[in-house]
Design a protein. Sequence first.
Length: 232
Amino acid sequence: MGADPTGIVVGLGLPPEAGTDWLDDLTDGFRDECDLVGASVVGGDVTRCDLVVVAVTALGDLGGRAPVTRAGARPGDVVAVAGRLGHAAAGLALLHGGRAEPVELIDAHRRPEPPYACGPQAAMLGATSMLDVSDGLLQDLGHVAQASGIGILLTPEAFTVPPLMEEAARLLDADPLEWVLSGGDDHALAATFPEGVRLPATWTVVGQVVEGKGVQVRGRSLEHGGWDHFRK
């Protein structure tokens, strides 16, 4: 939402018989990830639970700015993305296919690399709406379209498919653009900006905001728009 990260609060539920050796690795992971943005673990709670449950709340400082929500996109805005798209989905598909390479894609599925700095950057550049891409670009931009009461038109030629994903697609007889458009778990950022804003290289313009509803991809029809946690 455009804030500078400041800390996280961790809620941890554990069964009484759960071993605790792995907790050192878990807390090391929290520390290392927080260090990337100058944040820290600032609190939390531990409780007894039938299952292992880890719940994290991230905190940030807007510095007096208004939060960048999903609801501000306007017709004429451009749609841009920052961070990796499709890498985690490709890695998951490789694992489902019984493959262990390319290892870079497997690692992308196991540990995402969110472009943390691009959130505050987008806010300073005047982003009109923004969210992270956790369930697939089409699915998540659909939330922007619904909240803003607009349509979004994506240009498939604007997306770059890296050679490693092309290789994985050949191995699995898959369409890499479907991973880019529908794959989640990369935790990239998607935002809309007023037309004419000069964006740095960290952002790539991939479409535009139009009158209408929902998200469309110019010249393509895709069966799946992303992951819906409650869809049967």
